[in-house]
Ligand binder design. Structure first.
Ligand code: FES
Length: 244
């Protein structure tokens, strides 16, 4: 019979510190909760122009495939009133002849659909690693100060809504802030103040990189492709290259 030696388990906490970070919950609940301004009775109707657009989308798909219009239909609602109440989702389900659950799934999966009002100007501050390294903490602070509201909230006058978001796909121009459909890149705290002030006064700030570069080219000039391209066979072993 095997004899087990009795061990006293070491106290791991003596050897290493176990630490955890704060648990962040999504600002947007996955499930819908009825509220006074977002319930099945919330008034919503497509405008005539948007109804015409939606009909054009629907008619461009073969019979039975109208559910493919779902993303576009939600986008039309959001462009019309700034967000997507559940009553509008029901309207879409009815127009596309699909179960309401299909619309709920779609609208709650894609973060680009706002399921609550997020201000006339929805200011999305990217806080993922490249933007964080380039100073998104200071950018977020400046945005919160300029918009007079903290992340996850809408300002008292309803003009600005601030939100922390993950990568916006423009990391090479970090730090990045998106306001509605426009991107502002290569930002400094000073740029943020100017952009928010212009929006508040009814102007349209210049979007894109604020550093003076045109797109995402190196700021100090070309670092590659500086000369004519090498001829065919460049860098290939002579035995492997057969000129034509
Ligand atoms: S990390 Fe900010 S745009 Fe990609």
């Amino acid at each position: 019979m095997l004899a087990f030696k009795k061990y006293r388990l070491p106290n791991l906490a003596q050897f290493r510190r176990i630490s955890t970070t704060t648990r962040f919950c999504s600002e947007e609940p996955v499930v819908h909760r009825d509220s006074t301004d977002n319930n099945a009775a919330t008034p919503f109707e497509f405008t005539q122009a948007n109804m015409t657009r939606l009909a054009a989308f629907i008619n461009s798909y073969p019979e039975g495939a109208q559910r493919s219009v779902l993303g576009a239909a939600l986008d039309i609602v959001q462009r019309q009133i700034g967000w997507v109440p559940i009553s509008a989702m029901h309207k879409i389900a009815e127009l596309l002849s699909i179960p309401r659950m299909r619309v709920y799934e779609f609208a709650s999966f894609y973060t680009m659909y706002n399921r609550r009002y997020k201000g006339k100007f929805h200011v999305k501050v990217c806080v993922t690693t490249p933007c964080m390294i380039m100073g998104s903490d200071a950018i977020l602070q400046a945005v919160e100060q300029a918009c007079c509201c903290t992340a996850g909230h809408v300002s008292a006058d309803g003009v600005f809504g601030v939100e922390e978001v993950q990568c916006q796909g423009a990391c090479v121009n970090a730090p990045v802030v998106a306001v509605n459909d426009d991107y502002y890149e290569d930002l400094t705290v000073c740029d943020i103040k100017g952009i928010i002030m212009t929006l508040r006064c009814g102007g349209i700030p210049r979007f894109g990189p604020q550093s003076g570069r045109f797109a995402c080219e190196p700021i100090d000039g070309l670092t590659s492709l500086c000369g004519p391209p090498p001829p065919p066979g460049f860098g290939v072993q002579p035995a492997l290259f057969k000129p034509k």
